[in-house]
Design a protein around this ligand. Structure first.
Ligand code: HEC
Length: 233
């Protein structure tokens, strides 16, 4: 309660700071959600920046107590943003833009099927990822890397039959529009991954004719009990 009242008083004393910090935070959160930033980063980074701003502000205020309070707070906040964003560039996660070797791919029904999959899905579900240039800058690099790590963990079309995954959901996720994720094509990124209606239909037909993708093969064999397991050869 005491802290809430303190905070309210602070916002009254510093309307400009409140307004600027508030809108910067809102823009940050909106941007992050639209590009698919991991939630931990969305929350932690502003806290670190806030902590740094508080420390800088204290150091400066100790040095000279006179002058405009709001100006000092804004300058400290700006410095904190610059320092924190500079320092996080030193964190190695997301820097190593490596691609493990391609082990095995599905037997694509046609080169066109593969081409469409490469355009829409290989950015996260393959060992042939083409890293965009902006993926060098943290925290964007962390975001890109986390999508690739998570994506490869689910299905990796370069390790088909080698890594486990929900390969049979390939058609389903394209049909229901959940893949590629909406954030992948936000802000004009990856226009090649935006398939037209016709391309989507072509891809789905091509996948249905590709063994191991989609659950279509099982729909036909009526009467046969589920023999997904224990069928070794
Ligand atoms: C931006 C990276 C990205 C792209 C591009 C992408 N995916 Fe994904 N995919 C993910 C992530 C992350 C997950 C795991 C989290 C989730 O399910 O949202 C996932 C999950 C999946 C799953 C498992 C779903 C489940 O519910 O088990 C399948 C299947 C899949 N993707 C297929 C595709 C296909 C097919 C495409 C292309 C049409 C594609 N993905 C494009 C990142 C991506």
């Amino acid at each position: 309660m005491k802290y809430v009242r303190g905070l309210v008083n602070l916002t009254r004393r510093m309307p400009m700071v409140t307004w600027l910090v508030g809108s910067a935070t809102a823009i940050w959160v909106l941007f992050c959600v639209l590009v698919g930033m991991p939630p931990v980063v969305i929350v932690l980074l502003p806290l670190v920046v806030g902590g740094a701003a508080w420390m800088i502000n204290r150091l400066v205020n100790r040095a000279e107590t006179s002058g405009k309070r709001q100006g000092v707070v804004l300058a400290s906040s700006t410095a904190a943003v610059v320092i924190v964003f500079g320092l996080i560039q030193l964190i190695p996660y997301g820097k190593d833009h490596s691609n493990p070797p391609v082990l095995a791919e599905p037997e694509w029904s046609s080169p066109e099927t593969r081409d469409l999959m490469v355009r829409a899905c290989y950015g996260c579900h393959s060992n042939e990822v083409e890293y965009p240039s902006y993926a060098k800058v943290a925290p964007i690099s962390w975001m890109v890397q986390s999508h690739i790590d998570e994506g490869r963990g689910q299905v990796n079309y370069s390790e088909f039959g080698v890594s486990r995954g929900n390969y049979r959901e390939t058609i389903e996720v394209i049909q229901d529009g959940s893949m590629p994720p909406f954030y992948y094509t936000m802000f004009g990124r990856h226009p090649e991954a935006k398939l037209t209606k016709t391309e989507k239909a072509t891809l789905i037909a091509g996948l249905a004719a590709t063994p191991g993708l989609g659950d279509n093969e099982h729909r036909g064999d009526k009467g046969a009990k589920s023999n997904d397991e224990g069928d070794d050869d």
